[in-house]
Design a protein around this ligand. Structure first.
Ligand code: DQA
Length: 143
Protein backbone atom coordinates (compact mmCIF):
# COMPACT_ATOMS: atom_id res chain seq x y z
CA UNK A 1 0.00 0.00 0.00
CA UNK A 2 1.40 3.40 -1.02
CA UNK A 3 2.29 5.65 1.93
CA UNK A 4 1.72 9.39 1.68
CA UNK A 5 2.50 11.97 4.37
CA UNK A 6 0.40 15.12 4.67
CA UNK A 7 2.19 17.97 6.38
CA UNK A 8 0.48 21.18 7.45
CA UNK A 9 2.35 24.22 8.68
CA UNK A 10 1.77 27.17 10.99
CA UNK A 11 -1.69 28.35 11.96
CA UNK A 12 -3.44 25.54 10.10
CA UNK A 13 -4.28 24.04 13.50
CA UNK A 14 -6.58 27.08 13.76
CA UNK A 15 -8.68 26.17 10.72
CA UNK A 16 -12.33 26.64 11.61
CA UNK A 17 -11.57 29.69 13.76
CA UNK A 18 -9.02 31.37 11.58
CA UNK A 19 -10.19 33.96 9.00
CA UNK A 20 -13.26 31.90 8.03
CA UNK A 21 -13.99 34.26 5.13
CA UNK A 22 -10.75 32.98 3.54
CA UNK A 23 -10.31 29.46 4.90
CA UNK A 24 -13.91 28.44 5.70
CA UNK A 25 -15.33 27.05 8.94
CA UNK A 26 -14.19 23.43 8.71
CA UNK A 27 -11.37 22.29 11.00
CA UNK A 28 -8.07 20.45 10.49
CA UNK A 29 -9.81 17.32 11.85
CA UNK A 30 -12.50 17.72 9.16
CA UNK A 31 -9.75 17.97 6.55
CA UNK A 32 -8.16 14.77 7.86
CA UNK A 33 -11.50 12.96 7.70
CA UNK A 34 -12.05 14.05 4.10
CA UNK A 35 -8.57 12.96 3.01
CA UNK A 36 -8.78 9.66 4.93
CA UNK A 37 -12.06 8.81 3.16
CA UNK A 38 -10.39 9.36 -0.24
CA UNK A 39 -7.28 7.42 0.85
CA UNK A 40 -9.50 4.45 1.73
CA UNK A 41 -11.07 4.54 -1.75
CA UNK A 42 -7.65 4.77 -3.41
CA UNK A 43 -6.04 2.13 -1.19
CA UNK A 44 -3.39 4.57 0.04
CA UNK A 45 -2.02 4.84 3.60
CA UNK A 46 -1.95 8.43 4.88
CA UNK A 47 -0.16 10.02 7.86
CA UNK A 48 -0.93 13.55 9.03
CA UNK A 49 1.31 15.99 10.81
CA UNK A 50 0.93 19.65 11.71
CA UNK A 51 3.42 21.98 13.35
CA UNK A 52 3.87 25.69 13.86
CA UNK A 53 7.67 25.29 13.86
CA UNK A 54 9.86 25.31 10.77
CA UNK A 55 12.63 23.06 12.16
CA UNK A 56 10.10 20.51 13.38
CA UNK A 57 8.62 20.38 9.88
CA UNK A 58 12.13 19.87 8.44
CA UNK A 59 12.74 17.02 10.92
CA UNK A 60 9.42 15.40 10.05
CA UNK A 61 10.08 15.56 6.29
CA UNK A 62 13.31 13.63 6.97
CA UNK A 63 11.65 11.20 9.37
CA UNK A 64 8.73 10.39 7.08
CA UNK A 65 11.14 9.82 4.17
CA UNK A 66 13.41 7.60 6.27
CA UNK A 67 10.45 5.52 7.47
CA UNK A 68 9.05 4.63 4.07
CA UNK A 69 6.83 7.50 2.95
CA UNK A 70 6.58 7.51 -0.84
CA UNK A 71 5.22 11.01 -1.39
CA UNK A 72 4.21 14.21 0.35
CA UNK A 73 1.28 16.57 0.31
CA UNK A 74 2.51 19.79 1.89
CA UNK A 75 0.86 22.99 2.93
CA UNK A 76 3.69 24.75 4.72
CA UNK A 77 1.39 27.78 5.04
CA UNK A 78 3.40 30.99 5.64
CA UNK A 79 6.69 29.06 5.48
CA UNK A 80 5.87 28.25 1.84
CA UNK A 81 6.76 31.83 1.01
CA UNK A 82 10.01 32.01 2.95
CA UNK A 83 11.58 28.66 3.73
CA UNK A 84 14.65 27.55 1.82
CA UNK A 85 15.11 24.98 4.61
CA UNK A 86 11.80 23.28 3.80
CA UNK A 87 12.53 23.48 0.07
CA UNK A 88 15.86 21.74 0.68
CA UNK A 89 14.32 19.20 3.07
CA UNK A 90 11.85 18.07 0.39
CA UNK A 91 14.64 17.95 -2.21
CA UNK A 92 16.79 15.87 0.16
CA UNK A 93 14.19 13.09 0.11
CA UNK A 94 14.07 12.67 -3.66
CA UNK A 95 10.35 11.93 -3.24
CA UNK A 96 7.45 13.53 -5.12
CA UNK A 97 5.62 16.28 -3.26
CA UNK A 98 2.55 18.28 -4.18
CA UNK A 99 2.05 21.67 -2.56
CA UNK A 100 -1.48 22.64 -1.62
CA UNK A 101 -2.91 25.99 -0.60
CA UNK A 102 -6.50 26.29 0.54
CA UNK A 103 -6.74 29.87 -0.69
CA UNK A 104 -5.56 31.10 -4.07
CA UNK A 105 -2.15 32.57 -3.22
CA UNK A 106 -1.86 34.20 -6.66
CA UNK A 107 -4.91 36.35 -5.95
CA UNK A 108 -3.93 37.52 -2.46
CA UNK A 109 -1.32 39.92 -1.07
CA UNK A 110 1.87 40.35 -3.06
CA UNK A 111 3.96 38.65 -0.34
CA UNK A 112 2.00 35.41 -0.81
CA UNK A 113 2.24 35.19 -4.57
CA UNK A 114 5.62 33.48 -4.67
CA UNK A 115 6.20 30.05 -3.18
CA UNK A 116 9.75 29.20 -2.14
CA UNK A 117 8.90 25.54 -1.53
CA UNK A 118 6.95 24.89 -4.76
CA UNK A 119 10.26 24.53 -6.62
CA UNK A 120 10.84 21.29 -4.70
CA UNK A 121 7.41 19.94 -5.67
CA UNK A 122 6.09 18.19 -8.76
CA UNK A 123 2.91 20.26 -8.66
CA UNK A 124 0.90 22.88 -6.84
CA UNK A 125 -2.85 23.17 -6.24
CA UNK A 126 -3.98 26.54 -4.95
CA UNK A 127 -7.41 27.99 -4.28
CA UNK A 128 -9.49 24.80 -4.34
CA UNK A 129 -10.15 24.65 -0.61
CA UNK A 130 -9.96 21.25 1.12
CA UNK A 131 -10.70 19.36 -2.14
CA UNK A 132 -7.23 20.48 -3.25
CA UNK A 133 -5.74 17.94 -0.82
CA UNK A 134 -7.98 15.20 -2.24
CA UNK A 135 -6.87 16.07 -5.78
CA UNK A 136 -3.22 16.02 -4.66
CA UNK A 137 -3.72 12.56 -3.16
CA UNK A 138 -5.28 11.28 -6.40
CA UNK A 139 -2.33 12.61 -8.38
CA UNK A 140 0.27 11.08 -6.04
CA UNK A 141 -1.56 7.75 -5.96
CA UNK A 142 -1.07 7.51 -9.75
CA UNK A 143 2.69 8.16 -9.64
C1 DQA B 1 -2.10 29.07 2.95
C2 DQA B 1 -1.73 30.40 2.27
C3 DQA B 1 -0.56 31.04 2.99
O1 DQA B 1 -0.24 32.27 2.36
C4 DQA B 1 -0.91 31.33 4.42
O2 DQA B 1 0.20 31.87 5.10
C5 DQA B 1 -1.48 30.17 5.14
C6 DQA B 1 -2.38 29.25 4.42
C7 DQA B 1 -3.34 28.42 2.32
O3 DQA B 1 -3.55 27.24 2.57
O4 DQA B 1 -4.10 29.09 1.62
O5 DQA B 1 -1.30 30.02 6.33
O6 DQA B 1 -1.01 28.17 2.79
Amino acid sequence: MKKIAILNGPNLNRLGKREPEIYGTATLKDLEKLVRAEAKKLGVKVKFFQSNHEGVLVDMVHAFADFGTEGFIVNFAAYSHTSIALHDALKSTGLPAIEVHISDIKKREKFRRHSMTAGACVGMISGQGFPGYVEALRRLAKL
